[in-house]
Design a binder for this molecule. Structure first.
Ligand code: BGC
Length: 399
């Protein structure tokens, strides 16, 4: 019999999104260009996505009404600076309205400044391979200051380790944690320099709590492969946690685990339960990721900025989330400081090439953009209101 999970008072509960995945018509960034390239490797373009550019009030109201109290969203650099050095005040005000609407609804915003996509002009200069990229990023962050006024929680960069592995999003590599291509060490250095520069700028306001979010991959060494696993993990995860030692918090995003053998990662075995995008159903990945982050940052407070599952079966979403939260609570009881949990994602959104892997607490009608909350939203919202995560039976059928 599963038990209810009791979280401490003050623990923050919320949900995450990212601009390109929900806004729609982000026509000035490298992803849009890739989606519409003549010989594109992308299955479906993002198009109108969830039309959250216009419907953010519905999204935030749904989150607030459920009981969740934090909304993590990202600002689209290509909207703010569509041409190099040209900054749009109207777009800045658009994002400021989102911040203010959050506050009106009793929701604390967490703002991500960079979530995978970059303006086309930045990509044309070499993207994150350009040694000048940290200065270009800082200039953009400087322009955002009026938007960030009074905003406490800032995530500078989402999953810099995935950016290094996908060569800054320039190649056809998957933008997801299931495949882990060779990381680009120059990009790793450049993006961490960008993070440190942006942090220095943002911390001119000492009230801001600044961090970045790393994709934690719960590497498991096969017997006798401990050294290979350490080497494999270094530029894919470890380095990026180490770069956060002077941050205010470390963001952990966890979905799955990866077994490492003598010659690298092993495929997901046929006989395990898999999610809609082919990942192993493995909820304890969250506890493992949090423990790793705590260790490698020398005890930075952890914020779970993403965790979730692609499934059409919402009972399995609840079951997965319960399992992930159980593994999280276990680490907290073992001494790890965890500030909060943000579910990925609020909405069924554009999953970097396809709308098919549905991670949302809320479904979105692809024609009318009507929002259709799933039972998992109410379930997580109840945890937020009470601090108690209700145990679920293992609701089948399997995925
Ligand atoms: C990313 C999200 C993505 C999610 C699920 C994370 O790697 O930050 O943008 O949608 O995983 O694939």
């Amino acid at each position: 019999m599963l038990e209810n999970l009791h979280f401490p008072e003050g623990f923050i509960w919320g949900a995450s999104t990212a601009a390109h995945q929900i806004e729609g018509n982000n026509v000035n960034n490298n992803w849009w260009a890739r989606e519409h390239a003549v010989a594109t490797d992308i299955k479906e373009p993002s198009g109108d996505a969830c039309d959250s550019y216009h419907r953010y009030k519905e999204d935030i109201s749904l989150l607030a009404d459920s009981g969740l109290t934090m909304y993590r969203f990202s600002v689209e650099w290509a909207r703010i600076e569509p041409e190099e050095g040209y900054f749009s005040r109207a777009e800045l005000l658009h994002y400021r309205r989102i911040v203010e609407f959050c506050w009106e609804q009793g929701v604390e915003p967490m703002i991500t400044l960079h979530h995978f996509t970059v303006p086309n002009w930045f990509a044309a200069q070499g993207g994150w391979r350009n040694p000048n990229a940290p200065n270009l990023f800082s200039r953009y962050v400087g322009f955002l200051q009026p938007l960030l006024d009074g905003v406490t929680w800032i995530c500078t960069i989402n999953e810099p380790n995935m950016v290094a592995m996908t060569q800054g999003g320039e190649t056809g590599e998957d933008m997801v944690a299931s495949s882990l291509p060779e990381p680009n060490v120059d990009i790793a250095h450049t993006i961490s320099e960008a993070h440190h520069k942006a942090r220095a700028l943002l911390k001119q306001d000492p009230a801001k709590k600044v961090g970045w979010s790393v994709a934690a991959q719960a590497f498991h060494a096969m017997p006798g492969c401990e050294n290979e696993t350490q080497d494999y993990a270094y530029w894919r995860e470890t380095f990026f946690f180490e770069q956060a030692v002077d941050d205010d918090w470390i963001g952990v995003q966890a979905y799955l685990r990866t077994f490492i053998g003598k010659h690298g990662p092993l495929p997901v075995p046929d006989d395990v339960e898999k999610t809609k995008n082919g990942w192993e159903y493995f909820p304890p990945a969250l506890g493992i990721g949090v423990k790793t982050a705590w260790k490698l940052t020398g005890g930075k407070p952890v914020f779970v900025t993403e965790n979730g599952i692609a499934t059409d079966n919402d009972s399995r979403r609840i079951d997965y989330t319960y399992g992930a939260l159980a593994s999280l609570l276990q680490e907290m009881e073992g001494g790890v400081t965890v500030l909060g949990y943000l579910h990925w994602s609020l909405l069924d959104n554009y999953e970097w090439g396809s709308f098919s892997p549905t991670f949302g607490l809320v479904a979105v009608d692809r024609t009318t953009f009507e929002r259709l909350p799933k039972p998992s939203l109410a379930w997580l919202g109840k945890a937020a209101r009470t601090g108690v995560v209700t145990a679920t039976e293992r609701l089948g059928p399997d995925l």
